[in-house]
Design a protein around this ligand. Structure first.
Ligand code: PLP
Length: 419
């Protein structure tokens, strides 16, 4: 399959981060927290569809609702009730949400919200974090990987990133300096840095950003594509108790189907309203063929209703605590340097002595050890992403047995790895 794939897909994959050395396994079926490949191998999945599948693969209630919707229409292209129903839930659950617009991905939601911030403030600059990942949108595709001052991709027009300033996470002085000139439209931050390795904001950091943004008239944007509905029904803003002006959502809110959304204050979102702002020089454009897709909407509605009950969080956050505690014990009893990050149902392992505060610290991660760990876990049928920076998600179908299997395999590695 890998040979076949290489003939038609660059690198044989649909997304570079899905590549595995020496070649990927090919999934034939995904159910609960288990993946079965074409050779019949069964894996415990701690990647859970890029973190999107908080209820696991093919949750029966989601599948039933989707099956019923398929008979009524897969894509409408006109207004329908489901788009209101899902938006009402978002407004109810996400503290900053007063109005919502949908996209088909987190990348698009970031793109449109950056534009909206510029339209609302009349300013052009954007501030983001080193290591902050907001998808492949040109203006935010900067300073994601070390070295942070080198273009993230060939083909990026330097003009599209020249108004983007990149600052370190957990550094309020850097934020104060970047926003000083009062010409920045928005500061975007993941309340829990996902791709950076589940980095946690220090006490007072998000509050400090809120204050600096208020003082300078800069919009504070939380990119909650990972933390949204992962750190509880109110996402990172509910968990950490800081409310942004605009929130980016994706992944979990689509119940396993493609989606993105941006939501926030009414006065900001009215800039998208062509009735209020008929002059296109004042209005911020947003749209897309598959926006408000009914299949994604219905899957999202069922997912959010289950999450709102709270039992799912009790279970997955409990398993999260168990795995972090078990990992901490293993690391303490081992000669291999490692530190943990993550909260709730997320956990990251960094092969370095101290837990990183930001991605500058993550550069101390011993990638050789991380890769050896990945191979070790893969041979024990446990999968996550990425091979060089293990960060894992727990979903509702995971059980104590899955966590014990993870810990046993990890203990084995930490006991035997010689560097
Ligand atoms: C925080 C964050 N923002 C944006 C994105 C991009 O979302 P998508 O892959 O749906 O375009 C991601 C993807 O992982 C993400 O983690």
């Amino acid at each position: 399959m890998y040979e076949r794939a290489g003939k038609v897909l660059p690198a044989g994959v649909s997304y570079g981060i899905r590549d595995i050395t020496p070649y990927p396994f090919y999934v034939a079926e995904a159910k609960g927290c288990k993946l079965t490949d074409v050779d019949g191998n069964v894996y415990r999945d701690f990647w859970t569809g890029h973190g999107a599948l908080i209820l696991g693969h093919s949750h029966p209630l989601v599948m039933d609702a989707v099956a019923a919707q398929l008979r009524k229409g897969t894509h409408i292209g006109f207004s329908h009730e489901l788009e209101i129903e899902l938006a009402e839930r978002l407004v109810d659950m996400v503290p900053s949400a007063e109005m919502v617009r949908y996209t088909s991905s987190g990348t698009e939601a970031n793109m449109y919200s950056s534009r909206l911030a510029r339209a609302y403030t009349g300013r052009m600059k954007l501030v983001k974090m080193e290591g902050g990942w907001h998808g492949g949108y040109d203006s935010l595709h900067k300073g994601v990987h070390e070295p942070f001052d080198v273009p993230e991709s060939a083909g990026l027009n330097p003009k599209t990133v020249e108004d983007t300033l990149v600052i370190p996470f957990n550094d309020l002085d850097a934020a104060r300096k970047a926003l000083k000139g009062e010409d920045v439209a928005s500061l975007v931050v993941e309340p829990l840095m996902g791709v950076g390795g589940f980095l946690i904001p220090e006490p007072g950091y998000l509050e400090g950003l809120r204050e600096i943004c208020d003082e300078t008239g800069t919009l504070l944007i939380f990119d909650e594509v990972i933390s949204g509905f992962r750190l509880g029904p109110g996402g990172g803003q509910g968990y950490f108790g800081v409310t942004p002006d605009v929130t980016i959502l994706g992944k979990i809110m689509g119940g396993g189907f493609p989606i993105g959304a941006f939501c926030g204050r009414r006065d900001i979102f009215e800039r998208l309203d062509h009735r209020k702002y008929p002059d296109m020089r004042e209005r911020s454009f947003h749209g897309g063929t598959f926006t408000g897709n009914p299949v994604s909407m219905v899957a999202g509605i069922v997912t959010l209703d289950l999450l709102r009950e709270g039992k799912v969080y009790e279970h997955i956050d409990g398993l999260g605590e168990r795995v972090r505690k078990g990992l901490a014990d293993i690391i303490e009893g081992s000669d291999v340097d490692a530190a943990l990050t993550g909260v709730c149902s997320t956990f990251g392992i960094h092969f370095q002595k101290e837990a990183p505060r930001n991605v500058r610290d993550v550069t101390r991660n011993d990638a050789k050890a991380a890769k050896a760990y990945y191979a070790h876990m893969l041979f024990r049928n446990i999968v996550y992403v990425s091979p060089t920076l293990p960060h894992s998600f727990i979903s509702e179908p995971h059980t104590e047995a899955d966590i014990e299997a993870y810990l046993t395999a990890t203990e084995d590695f930490f006991r035997t790895y010689k560097g």
